[in-house]
Design a protein around this ligand. Structure first.
Ligand SMILES: Cc1cc2nc3c(=O)[nH]c(=O)nc-3n(C[C@H](O)[C@H](O)[C@H](O)COP(=O)(O)OP(=O)(O)OC[C@H]3O[C@@H](n4cnc5c(N)ncnc54)[C@H](O)[C@@H]3O)c2cc1C
Length: 266
């Protein structure tokens, strides 16, 4: 075996699990295909964790997760897990190699639902360039959170939402008070370069960001039932996607694995 435990995903859930396992002296290998820290790096400001009563930016949150992983000497491989096979051991095939584990934690989070226009990006961390005008599509927490981040960089932020705003009331209030952000009810019909035809009329934008929902990255374990495979974080939490819940999940599954190893019970 390459380690007792394999962990797919180095977001809050995967890192929390890796650290808790390390405290039990159970070695793990974590696979991360993008950035250590996970999705939270996209957050404008994380206000709903007791650990940061003053609030903390998503980037800083992710940076601290990375430092935390380093402090505990977690072994993180920049590899994408592409296939899982189960037998006497659990085998994880990545884009670079194959590994065997006794236990596996799947902490793969979610991915964005996409729109039918190739112009769209879906993570604000993917937009580095400077821009004047941004169009964000969506009316939920992520869309309005992106709007607040975007308003720090550019003077004209349009949020196009279909029917009603579903975001947290506190986010809605902050967005409505921000003079750089315009909320427009409507749907995109077509895009021609920087011009956007919508049901609310013609708009223009330099950058397009979609925030129309997310789906769990669950495919890698679909159809596999094994007592030593555990899910943690957003991948299993449905609409209850919050970093504190993901961290708690990571710690929870690590404790379950330790008990299973020590006492042999599920
Ligand atoms: C704009 C925005 C604002 C947010 N604001 C808040 C907030 O204020 N408060 C709050 O608590 N939460 C907030 N969240 C939610 C929070 O980011 C998530 O709940 C949290 O990141 C979930 O952690 P996770 O570890 O389960 O998944 P993720 O953070 O999604 O981590 C999963 C990791 O797995 C990796 N991965 C996936 N598949 C593979 C694979 N096959 N191989 C290798 N690696 C893989 C991904 O690259 C990713 O890094 C926000 C999210 C967004 C997008």
């Amino acid at each position: 075996m390459d380690a007792q435990v394999g962990i797919i995903g180095a977001g809050p859930a995967g890192i929390a699990a890796g650290v808790q396992l390390k405290r039990f002296h159970m070695p793990s290998i974590i696979f991360e295909k993008r950035e250590v820290g996970g999705l939270i790096a996209n957050a404008y400001r994380v206000d709903n964790t007791l650990l940061f009563p003053e609030g903390i930016s998503g980037k800083e949150f992710a940076r601290r997760l990375k430092n935390y992983a380093e402090r505990y000497g977690l072994e993180i491989h920049t590899e994408e897990a592409v296939r899982i096979e189960v037998g006497d051991e659990i085998r994880v095939k990545t884009d670079k190699a194959a590994y065997s584990f006794k236990y596996l934690i799947v902490a793969t989070g979610t991915r964005p639902k996409t729109l039918s226009f190739p112009e769209f990006k879906y993570h604000i961390t993917d937009i580095e360039e400077k821009y004047e005008k941004i169009l964000i599509v969506g009316g939920g927490d992520i869309a309005l959170d992106y709007a607040l981040s975007a308003a720090e960089k550019c003077s004209n932020v349009i949020v196009l939402y279909r029917s009603t705003l579903k975001a947290l009331p506190t986010l809605q209030k902050e967005v409505k008070e921000n003079p750089r952000i315009n909320l427009v009810r409507g749907e995109i019909l077509d895009i021609f370069g920087k011009k956007v035809k919508t049901t609310a009329g013609m708009l223009t934008a330099d950058v397009f960001l979609g925030a129309v929902g997310r789906v769990p990255n669950i495919e890698i374990v679909e159809g596999i039932i094994h007592p030593n495979i555990y899910l943690a974080g957003d991948v299993k939490n449905g609409i209850y996607r919050q970093s504190s819940l993901a961290i708690a999940d990571g710690i929870h599954v690590a404790m379950k694995i330790w008990r299973r190893e020590r006492y042999g019970n599920p």
